[in-house]
Design a protein around this ligand. Structure first.
Ligand code: NAP
Length: 237
């Protein structure tokens, strides 16, 4: 279990809808410092916030962040991007590469870069923001990258457990941020999501299923494929 009280937290994509709540909630729980990282860092209204430039797709930027933030105890891999069309056969090359680099390679390379820093701390954690879509392949390459990140998180957890680093994977359906602005479906409030995630981290849990969608989709992994994807029955009729 990892307490946020006294922690030194680094949030990627800190200016985004969920990232902003990670910054505020970490401070509310007593974090000593929060590196609020973004491609274009902004000013914050708390002295404990340290704005830091970080593009998760740029290895030089990741290296610079490790050098600028050698005291991190909680790494939150929150930055992410999505695609406007769902078809994995119809995305552009650039959409595919950007999703893979932002949603999968970025968090993996950040975890690898910060692993020695985290291992040297008495209490440390990595929080990877996956999606319910890790387990539901309806969003093309976005689903694929979130499934890949889920698997990498599972490997990181095993490899970092002996070092005392807690690795937490987060699954959630729609959250009320710019990324989900295109839909009127029910959405989780980002403040609620962040509270659920930090409660789980502080309770020593490894996985967060933040909403009913995620609970159902995880259960669906053991169901016949036609139950999870009814469109297969129609296609096969
Ligand atoms: N919203 C949902 O429905 C939902 C559901 C499940 C999971 N998630 C996941 O939750 C995480 C946060 O998303 P959100 O809902 O808060 O969306 P958001 O408001 O669009 O925020 C995404 C953030 O990621 C940042 N980002 C994108 N590419 C980056 C890069 N190369 N380097 C650094 N930062 C980068 C963006 O920064 P810029 O401001 O520079 O563009 C933005 O601040 C993502 O991983 C997303 O996949 C979201």
């Amino acid at each position: 279990m990892t307490s946020l009280n006294g922690a030194v937290v680094l949030v990627t994509g800190a200016n985004g809808g969920i990232g902003t709540h990670f910054v505020h909630d970490a401070l509310a729980r007593g974090a000593a410092k929060v590196y609020a990282t973004a491609r274009k860092p902004r000013a914050w209204d708390d002295d404990r916030n340290v704005p830091l430039a970080l593009d998760v797709t740029d290895s030089a930027s990741i290296q610079a962040a490790v050098e600028a933030a050698p005291d991190v105890t909680v790494l939150i891999n929150n930055a992410g991007t999505s695609v406007s069309s769902a078809g994995i056969l119809t995305h552009t090359d650039e959409e595919i590469r950007t999703n893979v680099e932002t949603n999968f390679l970025g968090p993996l390379f950040l975890a690898r870069a910060f692993a020695p820093v985290l291992a040297s701390s008495e209490e440390a954690a990595i929080i990877d923001i996956h999606s319910a879509l890790s387990w539901w392949a309806v969003a093309g390459v976005y689903s694929a990258t979130k499934a890949a990140l889920w698997s990498a998180t599972n490997s990181l957890r095993l490899e970092l457990a002996p070092e005392g680093v807690q690795v937490v994977g987060v699954h959630v359906g729609y959250v009320d941020t710019a990324m989900a602005a295109h839909t009127t479906d029910p959405k989780t409030d980002p403040a609620d999501l962040v509270r659920i995630v930090f409660d789980a981290v502080e309770a020593g849990e490894y996985e967060v299923l933040a909403d009913e969608t995620s609970v159902q989709l995880k259960a669906g992994l053991s169901a016949p494929l036609e139950a999870v994807y009814p469109q297969l029955k129609i296609a096969n009729a």
